[in-house]
Design a protein around this ligand. Sequence first.
Ligand code: LMR
Length: 394
Amino acid sequence: MFENLKEQPVDKIMAIMAKYKADPRPGKIDLGVGVYKNAEGVTPVMRAIKAAEKQLWEEQETKAYVGLLGDPAYGDAMRELVLADAVPAENVSVAATPGGTGACRQAFELIRMANPDARVFVSDPTWPNHMSILNYVGIPTIKYRYFDAETGGVMFDAMMEDLAEAKAGDVILLHGCCHNPTGANLTLQQFEAVAELIVEKGCVAMIDIAYQGFGDGLDADAAGTRLIASKVPECLIAASCSKNFGIYRERTGVLMAVAQDKDMAVLTEDNLKSLNRLNYSFPPDHGARLVTMILNDEKLKADWMAELEEIRTGMLGLREQLARELQERSGSDRFAFLAEHRGMFSLLGTTPDKVEQMREHNAIYMIPDSRMNIAGLNKETVPQLAKAIIDAGI
Ligand code: LMR
C-alpha cells in the first residue's frame, strides 16, 4: 500500500527551518519561521506561564479528559480576550483546538460541511498553510490582490475589486492583525468597508488572528476582528495563543463561530464538538489551562501583558532601526514601509534569487518570498541585514 504514496510538496517555512539548522556557519541569522526571539536569540518561556505552570503542578489532581470543546472557562477567557463585548456571548460557540493551525483546519472542515459550494477568498499572498489545508480539504480558493510590492502597503482598491466577485455563501478570509507574510494591515475604515461588502454579498467572514498583542497592542490588534464580528451575520475566528503566550509547542488555540442567534450558536457548537471528536477527540489542555489561569488572575494577567508589551515594543524598535539603517545606506525612503508594518513579519518585496543570494553570501535566512521575521534580529544584526539588502541590490 505504501508504494502508492506520493512525495508531498515541501512547506517553504519548514524547508527554511531545516536549511538554517543544517548551516554550520557561525553568526547565521534566522529570519525564517515565525517564532519570537529575544536579543539573545532565545525564545523564552514567559514569566506568567512559568508561574502558572508552577501553580498547576502543585494544584492539579487529575489529567482525566476535560470535554470535547475543552474547558468552557478557556473558551470564555478567549472569547473575552479576542471579542470583548463586540457580540452577545450567547451567539458565540468556542472549540479549543491544537493551535491556530488546528483552528483553521476545523474552520475549513466546518465550512465544507455547512456549504460544499463555498469558495474561500484568500489574500495574495497569505500564510502558505492556509492554501495547503484548503487544497487538502478540497475547498476551491480565489486569491484577492492584497500586497503592493511597490509601496509595501495594501492595495485596497484592487482588493475590494476582487472581493466584489464573491457570491452569497463564499467565505472571505482575513488576517485579524499582523498580516502573515506581509506585515501590511487594513485600517479600521478598511475593515469596515470589507464588513459592508460581506453583508451586501451575503458572504461569511473568517478571521485568522495569530498575533494579537504583537502589533499595536492587545485591544488595538483585535479591533478589526471585533468590528467585523459585530457587523456581519456569521463569522469564524481562528485564534492562536502560540505567539502571544509563547507556548508554541503546547498547541493552544480556539475556533470561535459567531452565529446570528443563540439557537444557531447551539447548532454550530454541536458541529464543532463533533469535528473535534472526529479529528482528535479531546483537544490539548495544558496550554489552554495556563492561558485560562493567566487571563483569570489579575496579577498573572498584568505580568503577562507587561511582558507582551516588552516584546511588542522591542520588535517596533527593531523595525525603526532597520528602516533608519536602510534609509542611510540607500539614501532613499523606499524602505520606510518596514517601520509602518506591524507584527512579526515584513515582506521585503524582492525576488527569491536575491533572498538566496543573501542566504549564500551573508548566512541570512528568510522565506523565498522575502518574508522576514523581525523578531529574529537584534541591535547588532540589524546593520548586517541592512548592508546585505543593499549589497544584494534590492
Ligand atoms: C509562521 O508563519 O512562520 C508560523 O505561523 C509558523 C508556522 O506554523 O508556519
